[in-house]
Structures are given as structure tokens and as C-alpha cells.
Ligand binder design. Structure first.
Ligand code: PEP
Length: 256
């Protein structure tokens, strides 16, 4: 039985009160019997409210970004320990918007990853190529470099707690989705790289999510691909009906 991982990255969207309303409507739809892993990444200011409202449901909560240090004079930043204390289980690391607008490098991604693991926060590490890199035939090189540098010195045991999200940058927030076979090709590449660098067992069990304009209309075809274990959804996760419908698509694939 395939257990999918469906996650929603809200980015800087939904205020605290909008979050509370979303969670109320989400709960009413019925979350108890869901077998997929469901994670929401709201803006940090809404995390404690969300944790409270969804407390007795299987939905887990994550932060969208963290600092690599535990505390200190880093105005505006939040540490891994603080996310754990607020009730988070997951953290997004290296989202392309962080790389693009906040100059996050593979080296910084690696430092944050180590800190998250040390504090028992499960990292979802995002990798993906730009349009010009794809057009120049550099996709494989970019992905393999992001993996090599981002996962530097991460042990096999630690890898067991890491999820990888393949998010082609040209597909994020653009309405352009990678074709299922295009996504599958890169997911296969990632899985093989992990098999080679670690072990067959780890590669087989690694969860690799696809992100980039995933929505109700394309969720099924993406999830049917062999190496796509779930979705990281931006825009479509902001609408409770759409997000729930995508979860139902995953549930139906699991149960039928
Ligand atoms: C994302 O931000 O991770 C994302 C995939 O966004 P969207 O689904 O809106 O493209």
C-alpha cells in the first residue's frame, strides 16, 4: 500500500484569522481516517493557532524557513528549537524562493539541515532547476550538485528523516506544471543518486515530492508516477476545497 505525502506551502499567505477559518473548514471535512501524511506549512505567526485547532487530527505542521543557530542576535529569525517548541514536526529548507530572494546557498541549506536533524525536526529539502538551466541541458548537473552539497556529511540514519521535494523553478507559481514523465525522470535521477551514495534500501524508501503548480487537475497523473511519493503544493493548498480534493485523490489511489 502506497502512503502518499501531501503538503501545503502557504508562503506569505493567509493571516492568523484566515488560518483559523481554513482549519475550521478543513476539520469539518473529516480528517480522522486519512492514511496519507498531511503537512501544512503556514506563516510562522499562525503556527500555534493551527497546532491548537488541528491538535486531534493527523495533520502535522511545519515551518517554512529556520535559522541555522539555536538563538542569538538575529533579528527577525526563528530557530529550529522554537519551531519544535511551537508544535512543529517539519521544516522546509532551501525553497527556491529562499534561494532566489534571500541568497540561500547549498552550503547554508546543509547547515540548516544539520541543525533541524539535531533538534528532531524533519526537513523537507527543496531542489530544482531554473528554466535557463533546463533549456541549456543542465538539469541533471544542477540537481546532482544541489543534492551533493545540500546533503554533505548527512549519514544514512539521518537520511531516513529527510524528505526531498523536486520543484522545477519554472513551474512554481507559474501555472506551468512539469509533465508527469518530465517529473518522473528527475525523481528517478534523485532516487538513483541516493541509492548510489547511500544504499539501495534508503533510495527505495526515500520520499520524493513533486512541487510546481500541482493542483486538482494534475494531481492524479503526477501521483501515479513510480517515483513521485507526494506533492508539495503552493497556490492550490490555500483553498480548503482544492487541498482536500487533492488529499482525496491520494487517498483513492492508496485504497483502490
Ligand atoms: C511551492 O511554493 O512550493 C509551490 C510548489 O508553489 P505552487 O504550487 O504555487 O507552484
Amino acid at each position: 500500500m502506497r502512503k502518499y505525502f501531501i503538503a501545503g506551502n502557504w508562503k506569505m499567505n493567509h493571516s492568523v484569522s484566515e488560518t483559523v477559518e481554513f482549519c475550521r473548514q478543513f476539520r469539518v471535512k473529516g480528517l480522522k481516517n486519512i492514511s496519507s501524511d498531511i503537512v501544512l506549512f503556514p506563516p510562522s505567526i499562525s503556527i500555534t493557532s493551527m497546532v491548537k485547532i488541528l491538535e486531534d487530527t493527523p495533520v502535522k505542521i511545519g515551518g517554512q524557513n529556520m535559522h541555522k543557530e539555536s538563538n542569538g542576535a538575529f533579528t527577525g529569525e526563528i530557530s529550529s528549537e522554537m519551531f519544535v517548541d511551537s508544535g512543529c514536526d517539519y521544516i522546509l529548507i532551501g525553497h527556491s524562493e529562499r534561494r532566489q530572494y534571500f541568497n540561500e546557498t547549498n552550503e547554508l541549506v546543509n547547515q540548516k539541515l544539520k541543525k533541524a536533524l539535531e533538534t528532531k525536526l524533519k526537513p523537507v529539502i527543496c531542489i530544482g532547476e531554473k528554466l535557463e538551466e533546463r533549456e541549456a541541458g543542465k538539469t541533471e548537473d544542477v540537481i546532482l550538485k544541489q543534492l551533493k552539497k545540500g546533503l554533505k556529511d548527512i549519514t544514512e540514519a539521518e537520511m531516513g528523516n529527510i524528505i526531498i521535494a523536486y520543484e522545477p523553478i519554472w513551474a512554481i507559481g507559474t501555472g506551468l506544471t512539469a509533465k508527469p514523465e518530465q517529473a518522473q525522470e528527475i525523481h528517478g535521477l534523485i532516487r538513483n543518486a541516493i541509492k548510489n551514495d547511500y544504499s539501495e534500501h534508503l533510495g527505495k524508501n526515500l520520499r520524493i515530492l513533486y512541487g510546481g503548480s500541482a493542483k486538482v487537475q494534475n494531481a492524479k497523473s503526477l501521483l501515479l508516477e513510480k517515483d513521485i511519493d507526494g506533492l508539495l503544493i503552493g497556490g492550490a493548498s490555500l483553498k480548503v476545497n482544492d487541498f482536500y480534493e487533492i488529499i482525496q485523490i491520494a487517498e483513492n489511489l492508496t485504497n483502490n
